[in-house]
Structure formats: structure tokens, C-alpha cells
Design a protein around this ligand. Structure first.
Ligand code: ADP
Ligand code: MG
Length: 223
């Protein structure tokens, strides 16, 4: 039985590049509950992004299992996977990854348009308001500061009310004050919407804002 919204069970990931196998993850077990905000801390190359990709069903473990809201990712077909990613998972990146030809509100609306959800514009406007960016709705990404772009990216990641939010070094391109604001928004989304958040970071900055810190080293989780 999977009770947590996100669960890694003995997840191992091997990459083979030019015949040389790399063990990116080794027997990682981890639970994230609804409303929990976890920081995944460790040096560059320790496997944080690999774990987030597995937890977002963007990739699959070589052995072990990942369950998102009770569904084991490696057991799903393509249509089920697409649906799971669209409905259950949100992603935030260090480099924001907004579409640069779309306005702020169009960026937030995009996941709903792709899912053919009704009332996309109204839902996007509401999420932009939630991140206090409604007055910038018509701006293009290059007309926004880094912190403002990340707030738009958070609105986009939350617009479809995902169960799980994966954040890969979301404050890495921001100054400390702006980064703190982003961390507090993530915390608020966990507590207000009950989203399970797993956030990779290579610094210790976030440890006072998160509910729990999980340390990674050489593909393993230190418990
Ligand atoms: N697609 C890939 N192919 C081969 N090796 C990879 C790939 N992605 C990551 N790795 C390797 O896996 C290890 C973990 O990488 P990563 O998960 O990106 O770490 P982190 O996000 O903590 O910096 C590193 O040794 C990296 O070089
Ligand atoms: Mg990484």
C-alpha cells in the first residue's frame, strides 16, 4: 500500500554512456506526504535531478519503484503517463523555462490548454494573483526580473492543482532575498494546497523554511 503522495522504494538508476555505467541513484527510499515540503540537499552530481526526474515520471528507475499518488510509474502505458504528468505533477526549474514568446498569463495557461481544460484563462489569472503577479499578466518573460519569472513559473506549475511539485534548484539563479520569497511561496503552496514538494538544492539556504531536509551523497540518501 502506498500512503504517501510520492514514494521512492529502493530506486536505483544506472546510466550507461559509451559503455561506462554510472550509478546515479543507489537504493533510494523516500516518502513525501501531502502538504510536506522537503529539501533534497547534496553536492552537484550526487543524483538530485535524477531523483526528481524519476519522481515526475519523466524517467524510470533501473530497479525499484516510484509511486505517485499510489500509482507505480513503471507500470503505466504512454497515455496513462501523459495523463499522470499533466494532472498530478508540477515542475519548477532553476532557469524558469518560460516560453519567451508568450506573456506571463499565457505561460500559466499553457498546461491547461494542452490538457484541454475548461476556463483556462480564469484559472491562470487566479494563480497569477496567488503569486502576486496579476499586474504583470501581459508582460513577456524578458520584461520580468528573475524572481518575477520564477513566480510566474510557480503559478504555471500549480495551475492544474497537482498533487506533487518538483523543484530543481529553484533559487539557484536568484539573489538571497528573492530566493527567500520563492521558498516562502513554495511553503505556502504545500500548506495551503496540500501539495507534496521535493526541492533539490546544493546549498543549505532553505533548511529553515522546509519541513524536512534529506541529504544525498553519491546517489544515496543519508538517513
Ligand atoms: N542522462 C545521463 N546520462 C549519463 N549520466 C547521467 C545522466 N544524467 C545524469 N548523469 C550522471 O548521474 C549523476 C547524477 O547526476 P544528477 O542527477 O544530474 O546530479 P545533481 O542534480 O545532484 O547535480 C552524475 O554523475 C551525472 O553525471
Ligand atoms: Mg541537478
Amino acid at each position: 500500500m502506498y500512503m504517501a503522495l510520492l514514494e521512492a522504494r529502493h530506486a536505483t538508476k544506472l546510466y550507461s554512456t559509451e559503455g561506462e555505467p554510472v550509478t546515479a541513484l543507489q537504493d533510494v527510499s523516500l516518502n513525501v506526504e501531502a502538504g510536506e515540503f522537503i529539501a533534497l540537499v547534496g553536492r552537484s552530481g550526487c543524483g538530485k535531478s535524477t531523483l526528481l526526474n524519476l519522481c515526475g515520471a519523466m524517467d524510470f528507475p533501473t530497479s525499484g519503484e516510484i509511486a505517485i499518488d499510489g500509482q507505480i510509474t513503471s507500470g503505466l502505458n504512454d497515455a496513462e503517463l501523459t495523463r499522470m504528468r499533466r494532472e498530478k505533477v508540477g515542475f519548477i526549474f532553476q532557469s524558469f523555462q518560460l516560453m519567451n514568446t508568450l506573456s506571463a498569463i499565457e505561460n500559466v495557461e499553457l498546461p491547461l490548454m494542452l490538457a484541454r481544460a475548461p476556463n483556462a484563462r480564469a484559472a491562470a489569472a487566479e494563480r497569477l494573483r496567488w503569486v502576486e503577479m496579476e499586474e504583470y499578466a501581459g508582460r513577456l518573460p524578458h520584461q520580468l526580473s528573475g524572481g518575477q519569472q520564477q513566480r510566474v513559473a510557480i503559478a504555471r506549475a500549480l495551475v492544474h492543482s497537482p498533487r506533487v511539485l518538483l523543484a530543481d534548484e529553484p533559487t539557484g539563479n536568484l539573489d538571497t532575498a528573492t530566493g527567500d520569497l520563492v521558498l516562502h511561496l513554495l511553503r505556502k503552496s504545500a500548506h495551503e494546497f496540500g501539495v507534496a514538494i521535493l526541492m533539490a538544492t546544493h546549498s543549505g539556504e532553505s533548511t529553515t523554511v522546509t519541513d524536512r531536509v534529506v541529504k544525498m551523497r553519491d546517489g544515496r540518501v543519508d538517513c
